[in-house]
Structure formats: structure tokens, C-alpha cells
Design a protein around this ligand. Sequence first.
Ligand code: GUN
Length: 278
Amino acid sequence: MTQLIDGKKISAEIKEELKEKVAQLRAAGKEVTLAVIQVGNDPASTVYVGNKKKACEFIGIRSLAYELPEETTEKELLDLITELNQRADVNGILVQLPLPKHIDEDKVIKGIDPAKDVDGFHPQSVGALCIGQPGFLSCTPAGIIQLLKRSGIEIAGKQCVVIGRSNIVGKPMSLLLLRENGTVTVAHSKTQNLKEITKRADILVVAIGKPKFLTADYVKEGAVVIDVGIHRDTQNKLCGDVDFESVAPLCSAITPVPGGVGPMTIAMLMNNCVESVL
Ligand code: GUN
């Protein structure tokens, strides 16, 4: 039987645990505050930001919302970040991406104090992960590690294949799997003989950004498949990077879309917010 990895349930458990921690912190006189900045009104970003605010409310984290117009200059945004960096009552700063084209994302990410970088995107956070030092972890890959651990899936010694090498998912994912003592291969758009590589995987993380790309012929029987993608299929139904119907019967465990990796990203963001106070 294929185990369905229930991201909705696991993220709800994590949020309950965090709610308790925040209550304890409050009793000790410590508030947790997240500043959320959105520039412009990209509809998908508005949904994500709304979900982040709702999660904060549930857990008891104070959220400060900055909804800035599309025409905001890079300097105005950097000045706001500097002000938030300096505020003792702000623990975490999140700038929703993508930013309008006239703003340099790298500059903005580097402008955030690494001690408040709850997205884990700052080069110092990524560097710390790379050399095994403490720092904030990128939320989606950290959420995937939690999905595996809380589903009783061993990572140590396993052949782990990550498809995708983005700064937000693929690269930090490979580093985290390595930190958990997996044997890690990173595949990407230029990889030759992709099927040969993916068929060796005990744990296969798919973050390629193409709807239903991964079909059964890429997967070894008994593999664990983690689907990071989220798309609309031709019938306007949500789907991932994995062709769930053909792949699921082969797997020992698989994440569905929706309800797999997606809910974990916000849970881990909330976790980073709580850690920013500790
Ligand atoms: N845009 C899409 N995903 C993310 C995320 O995890 N963090 C931020 N800041 N922006 C995003």
C-alpha cells in the first residue's frame, strides 16, 4: 500500500506545537512579531501573504503588514527594511517575491538582517546551511525534511535525487538531505539520462516546475516521491510536477498536490519566526 504523506495534517501538528511555544514565550514576556512586505498586487502573492497572516493569527504571532504600491522605489523598500532591521520589537522580516522588475531582488534579500531572515534566503543563511552552522533554513526544503521525519522515513544512507537547482528549493534541499546523511544527486534541465538517475532514487524530490512531468518510468518501485510543484492542469485542476495517478501505485510513500509540500512552507516560516525570538 502506498503511504500518502499528509502535509495538511503534519503542518497542523507543527502549528499546534508552535502555538503552545508562543503562549509560553508570551507568559515569559516575549512577543513574536513578523513584518510582511508586499510590493504591488500580484494576485498569487496576495493569496500567499494572506495565508501567512492567517497562520500568524492562529499561532499568536503579531504580524505587521506593509502593502506597498507597485511604483515603490528600490531605495524606499531598502529604507523600510533598514528601519525594520533596527526595530527591537520586530523579530522576522519577510519580503514577498517576486518583486516588480525595477527592484533588484538580490539587493533586497541582502538588505535583511540575517538575524531576522525568516525566509532563509540571505547569503549568510545559505552559507551557514552549507557549512553546518546555525541559521534560518529555507522553508520549503525544511518542510520536506519534516514531512519525511514525521512520516517515519529514514534519510541516512539513502540515495536521494533532487530534480531542480533553484536557490529557494533545489540547492537548499540537496544540502539538507546531505546534512541528514543522505547520498545526494542533483539533477536539472541539462542532466543527461535523467531516467537512469531518478530510477536509482530511494527518495526523489521533484521541483522542476513542469506539470505532471514525472511519470512512472522515472521511478523505482518502492521509492518515496516528494512533489514540490503546483500548477493547474488542462481541466483547471490543481496538479504537481508528478503525474500522481501513474506514479503513486509504484511508491512506498508520496505527497499529494494539494495537501503535501504546500502547507509545510508556511508551517516552517512560522517555526523560523518562533526561533527568531529564542
Ligand atoms: N514567493 C513564493 N514563495 C515565496 C517564499 O517562500 N517566500 C517569499 N518571500 N516569497 C515567495
